[in-house]
Design a protein around this ligand. Structure first.
Ligand code: EPU
Length: 340
């Protein structure tokens, strides 16, 4: 375990903001974490924040408390059941290292989620998703520690409260648990998931017959598409999609659609999901800047640090966008990124 005071979080948030925390601690095992939590019960801190890869965080200012980070690593095959292989991954593993490992091991189900930034633990909090797949589709269970009692619990996927980019770990049980590891259910037989139109078109454009497609092909194509559309945080600070795609009533959808029949949309049960990137672009924000914060020119859903931005600069830009979208479409965009 390492533990330090007045620590810069620059390497721990993909916006690249130079904020500091009072104390930072990284643990490498459950025992170390238990020790830390016991210490905290003796000597509480004002604020506690557990972070993953910092790819979904926006620090508005320095953090006046303790930031915890998991260094619990390892991938283990825990059991096999027919075609299914159950793999346990440590919460501190980089998500994309996990995906690369599954593809190399000929275990399938994670390949559409290639190159998503962040770590295994956060993927289960956020229910990350892309190209027609979501983490919850392959999660079997989550192993976590209850911060108040130190008890280790195994939560089956059906009890994780998963929805679009959400779970009980970010809603009713926010702060209650720290995720130690996630067990995934992967398949030994590869069945391509080409339900997302954009991915299917990319496969066709490369002249690959879907019957010849391999998981390594899917991974390669997803990586290519993401690199084209999304800025590399090492080059330009960003946190991927800044807003979630809003889900609106059919009435609201029809209102907008009457003026914009070209608007893309997806069914969401009784309601309709509209791409936030499209709304932001319609308001003229794609490629625009407000001070040192900007909107990425190839994907309007991504806000970027153009260099030297503070959290306040990015919040100011996001408020300006929310106000414009609300004025023009009557929809208030909700951030996907968590504000600290
Ligand atoms: N669009 C625009 N202008 C833009 C961006 C998008 O008109 O600037 C339109 C596109 O033409 C398309 C539609 O919006 O018709 C959807 O765009 P895209 O396929 O790029 O996906 P998205 O809805 O913008 C979501 C996820 C991404 C994920 C992609 C691919 C959310 C909030 N975002 O984006 O996730 O990679 O689908 O599956 O659901 C992330 O969460 O950080 C992330 C990048």
């Amino acid at each position: 375990m390492w533990d330090t005071n007045d620590y810069s979080l620059r390497r721990h948030n993909t916006f690249g903001l130079d904020v500091r925390c009072m104390r930072f601690a990284e643990y490498g095992s459950v025992e170390e974490l238990r020790g830390l939590l016991a210490e905290l019960r003796e000597c509480p801190v004002r604020r506690l924040l557990h972070i993953g890869g910092g790819s979904n965080l926006l620090f508005r200012a320095d953090f006046d408390g303790l930031v915890l980070h998991s260094g619990i690593l390892d991938f283990d095959i825990v059991r096999t059941d027919g075609d299914a292989v159950y793999v346990r991954a440590g919460a501190g593993e980089r998500w994309d290292d996990f995906v690369a490992w599954t593809v190399a091991m000929d275990l399938y189900g994670a390949e559409n989620l290639s190159l998503i930034p962040g770590e295994v633990g956060a993927s289960a909090v956020q229910n990350i998703g892309a190209y027609g797949a979501e983490a919850k589709d392959i999660i079997d269970s989550v192993e976590a520690i209850d911060v108040a009692t130190g008890e280790v619990v195994h939560i089956p996927v059906a009890e994780c409260g998963y929805g679009y980019r959400t779970s009980r770990f970010k809603t009713k049980d926010a702060g209650r648990y720290i995720i130690l590891s996630v067990t995934y259910r992967l398949a030994q037989r590869f069945t391509p998931n080409l339900t997302y139109g954009g991915l299917r078109r990319e496969v066709e454009a490369r002249g690959i017959d879907p019957v010849d497609l391999t998981a390594a092909d899917v991974r390669r194509i997803v990586i290519e598409v993401r690199r084209q559309k999304l800025p590399d945080p090492e080059v330009k600070g960003n946190a991927g999609s800044f807003f979630v795609n809003p889900i609106v009533s059919r009435d609201r959808f029809v209102d907008i659609w009457q003026h914009h029949p070209e608007m893309p949309s997806y069914d969401a049960g009784q309601e309709v999901k509209i791409p936030a990137g499209w709304l932001v672009e319609q308001c003229g924000w794609r490629g625009r800047r407000l001070g040192p914060a900007g909107v990425y020119d190839r994907q309007a859903l991504v806000l970027v640090n153009e260099g030297g931005a503070t959290g306040a600069d990015i919040v100011a830009l996001s408020r300006a966008i929310q106000t414009d979208v609300c004025r023009q479409f009557g929809v208030w965009l909700q951030p996907e990124v968590m504000f600290v």
